[in-house]
Design a protein around this ligand. Structure first.
Ligand code: HPA
Ligand SMILES: [Zn+2]
Length: 343
């Protein structure tokens, strides 16, 4: 690798950045999964960590979701959720992440009889300890499971109402095909009436029209994935003109066969069209890596220069929901690192 390329990658590793698309249940590493299974007297349907790792040969989104929901069964008590959160925040901090907006899927837990309050207590304890140890700030985004009904989403929103001070936004995840955003139009109308922000997974496996629906029907302010937007040039122009951020997850997209290889990814085309793209890890324990692993994979495919990496980090900080003072401080640190001489 030429020295300048190495320098751009080292810069990208170290630059202050925000992670805006990560599912806390998707950060459950095999080692912690087996430790929690032992602590809770449970048996995972895999002999050991190696067997669990081998199960991660996905063919599409659903093949991943089946394993992801099965492994989440080891999360039972609030301290399980706290340990999971703290492990993620430590790992993100090591990759230069200064701020994380983190999805959680309460229906995966309440359906197994885990009280909503238990999940929230654990996630918040982990976030508080992460802030103390690493100085990392975080927000929570509650995701409704789109393969379940509108009625179940409304029940989940009702269960969340006592905890709204700790939930900054609401999203939509799980099986995308045949579950269009409009299925949850009324739920998100209530979310907006509560003054909460809206995001939605759209245009991962589903069509570009789901992105338009998420914007127009749900009132989404960011789109999670959104990589299928390229199928609709007018939509791409709209995303760019309106500054709608896409939370793109490169390793996830290759592992779930949204693109055959990283070189086929639409990320450079979206950036060239002026769309506010960000890079994220999605479910790092399942897809081969955290923030900087995604950065390395993108760098190997496209060889971005420092200015491009700095623009991606800036996008992530600007599109985050962090306070204005924090954003200004991180962007100043980013600019200062971007203009420093090569190491
Ligand atoms: O990438 C994803 N897409 C949809 N649902 C999900 N739940 C966890 N990760 C994902
Ligand atoms: Zn996701």
């Amino acid at each position: 690798m030429p020295p300048s390329a190495l320098s751009a990658l080292e810069f990208a590793y170290r630059m202050p950045k925000a992670e805006l698309h990560v599912h806390i249940e998707g950060t459950l590493e095999p080692e912690l999964a087996f430790a929690l299974a032992r602590r809770n007297g449970l048996t995972l349907p895999y002999a050991d960590e190696e067997a669990l790792h081998a199960a991660k040969a996905f063919t599409d989104l659903q093949s991943f979701l089946d394993l992801y929901y099965a492994c989440a069964d080891v999360l039972r008590a609030s301290h399980d959720f706290a340990d999971l959160m703290l492990a993620y925040l430590g790992r993100a901090h090591a990759d230069g992440v200064v701020h994380a907006e983190i999805f959680f899927d309460p229906q995966t837990h309440t359906a197994r009889g885990i009280p909503f309050a238990e999940v929230m207590a654990g996630l918040n304890a982990g976030r508080a300890e992460g802030a103390r140890r690493f100085g990392i700030t975080s927000r929570l985004i509650l995701c409704f499971l789109r393969h379940l009904s509108e009625e179940e989403a409304f029940a989940t929103l009702a269960a969340a109402e006592p905890f709204l001070d700790d939930i900054d936004g609401f999203g939509l995840d799980s099986s995308e095909r045949d579950h269009p955003p409009a299925k949850f139009a009324r739920v998100f109308a209530r979310v907006r009436a509560l003054g909460k922000r809206v995001v939605a997974h759209a245009g991962e496996e589903g069509p570009a029209s789901y992105i338009t629906e998420a914007l127009d029907v749900l009132g989404a302010s960011r789109i999670d994935h959104g990589v299928r937007a390229v199928d609709d040039p007018a939509l791409v122009r709209r995303l760019a003109a309106d500054g709608v951020a896409l939370t793109v997850c490169p390793l996830s997209n290759v592992r779930l066969r949204v693109f055959p290889t990283m070189k086929d990814h639409t990320l450079p085309a979206l950036m060239a069209a002026g769309v506010r793209v960000t890079i994220n890890s999605d479910d790092p324990a399942y897809f081969g890596g955290y923030m900087n692993d995604n950065i390395r994979a993108v760098h190997e495919a496209f060889g971005f220069d420092r200015a491009t990496w700095a623009a991606l980090a800036r996008n992530s900080l600007e599109a985050s929901w962090a306070g204005a003072d924090d954003k200004a401080r991180w962007i100043a640190a980013l600019d200062s690192l971007a203009t420093s001489p090569d190491p």
